[in-house]
Write a protein that binds this ligand. Structure first.
Ligand code: C2O
Ligand code: CU
Ligand code: CU
Length: 429
């Protein structure tokens, strides 16, 4: 605790070495360690303060992805931390329980800095969710899973070169979960909640289990769904999160995998869309403690559909640009009015994979190509995958935190695209 009553978190960004596999160690970056960073837990209502120290040899930043907060605390490209410097953002957490995350956001270097290892989970808790009795013992039946792909060169260093003809950046053939290749998890309870983060720069995952078992999606980016949705497959594009609950039988073994994408078109072999990947093996003990039952109802459904819309805007993503313009640090694209609801229509116009992330707000997907969105898009989102050619209508309300000078970002979360300019800036007035 700080003098002012804030909960203070010390975060040191540093370079180090990590042993992912036999042979030489890999040069990596991490937060309070050599690779990745700690899971940070905050509560709705907390005043939080972070002391972010940069011990790297170049400036970087930490952005709180999914957090509703003042723009000047956002950790975007305008809040870089100089070499040797400490940045102290603080704000009051005011949003429902959700699985968020943090990563660097230096314009032009986000892909590089994130790839080296600067990523961690940022979990928001609240009383409503505590009362639900979901599996919630961290590391026992509530498991963080930062899923990343990495390519290694002959010296075990992270490969940064993009393959010839690759449009997405580096696609790795090794999958890491929380920094481990080929991990397994020892299951001790019948129900397990997995907090999945697609922490990859570009790779799309189509999660499913090797025996085809069904699981329940309980939360998306911005928090709980209204009710669990049962499925055997779940897509997550870069930056998206999902909380799923899986049931296990004593003694069984099952593999969480990523299956080939069913989104065809130009999403081809080169980009890894037809890969079948092992993510993590689950090994259940001979007896499992019977903990929580999955509740039939969960959180409050998004409620923006019937609201008065103050402004509509459209965003066409193509060729590393949005609406034909590349990101410029000194150009603010528009201002939104505090307290109003806007509808943003977003399209992916060039056939490659893109997604769309908006800072500061959670949004509701009103429709996809005019139709009701699939269940995984019916909860609160802050990042949405854009299937080529489809039209996504997103509703969002901008509340408090006005600042005419400091912008928030919206962008494709395939980090190479973002670095290349598929990003824009808005202010809340
Ligand atoms: Cu996860 Cu603008 O970022
Ligand atoms: Cu973000
Ligand atoms: Cu993109």
């Amino acid at each position: 605790s700080g003098a002012s009553g804030a909960r203070v978190f010390q975060l040191g960004i540093e370079a180090g070495e990590t042993r992912f596999k036999d042979g030489p160690a890999t040069r990596t970056w991490g937060v309070n360690g050599a690779y990745l960073g700690p899971t940070i837990r905050v509560r709705r209502g907390d005043l939080v303060e972070f002391a972010v120290r940069n011990d790297l040899d170049r400036e970087t930043s930490l952005h709180w992805h999914g957090m509703h907060l003042p723009a000047v605390m956002d950790g975007g490209p305008h809040q870089t931390v100089p070499v040797g410097g400490t940045w102290r953002p603080r704000w009051t957490v005011d949003q429902p329980a959700a699985t968020l995350w943090y990563h660097p956001h230096v314009h032009g270097s986000t892909a590089d800095h994130t790839y080296r290892g600067l990523t961690g989970l940022l979990i928001v808790d609240d009383e409503v969710t505590d009362a639900l009795n979901l599996p919630s013992e961290y590391g026992i039946d509530d498991i963080p899973m930062i899923v990343q792909d990495r390519a290694f060169d002959g010296d075990n260093q992270f490969e940064q070169r993009v393959p010839l003809g690759g449009s997405l950046g580096v696609i790795g053939d090794e999958i890491l979960v929380n920094g481990t290749i080929g991990p397994h998890f020892d299951v001790t309870t019948r129900l397990v909640r997995l907090r999945l983060l697609n922490g990859s720069n570009a790779r799309l995952y189509n999660f499913g289990f090797s025996d085809g078992r069904r699981f329940s999606l309980v939360a998306t980016d911005g928090g709980l769904l209204a009710e669990p949705w049962e499925t055997d497959r779940l897509y997550l594009s870069p930056g998206e999160r999902a909380e799923i609950v899986v049931a296990f039988e004593p003694g069984e073994r099952v593999e969480l995998r990523s299956y080939p994408s069913e989104h065809g078109g130009t999403l081809g072999r080169l980009e890894g869309f037809d890969d079948l990947l092992d993510i993590c093996q689950f090994r259940a003990a001979g007896t499992l403690s019977d903990t929580a039952e999955l509740p039939a109802t969960l959180g409050a459904a998004p409620d923006l559909a019937g609201q008065a819309v103050a402004q509509e805007r459209s965003f066409a993503l193509a060729s590393d640009q949005i609406n034909g313009q590349a990101m410029a640090m000194d150009r603010i694209d528009f201002g939104v009015r505090e307290g109003t609801v806007e509808v943003w229509e977003v399209t992916n116009d060039n056939g490659y994979l893109h997604n769309f992330h908006v800072h500061d707000v959670r949004f509701q997907v009103l429709s996809v190509d005019g139709g009701t969105p699939e269940p995984p898009l019916r909860g609160w989102k802050d990042t949405v995958m854009l299937v080529p050619g489809k039209r996504y209508r997103l509703a969002m309300r901008f509340s408090d935190h006005t600042d005419p000078n400091v912008p928030y970002m919206y962008h494709c979360h395939l980090l190479q695209h973002e670095d290349n300019g598929m990003m824009g800036q808005f202010v809340v007035l």
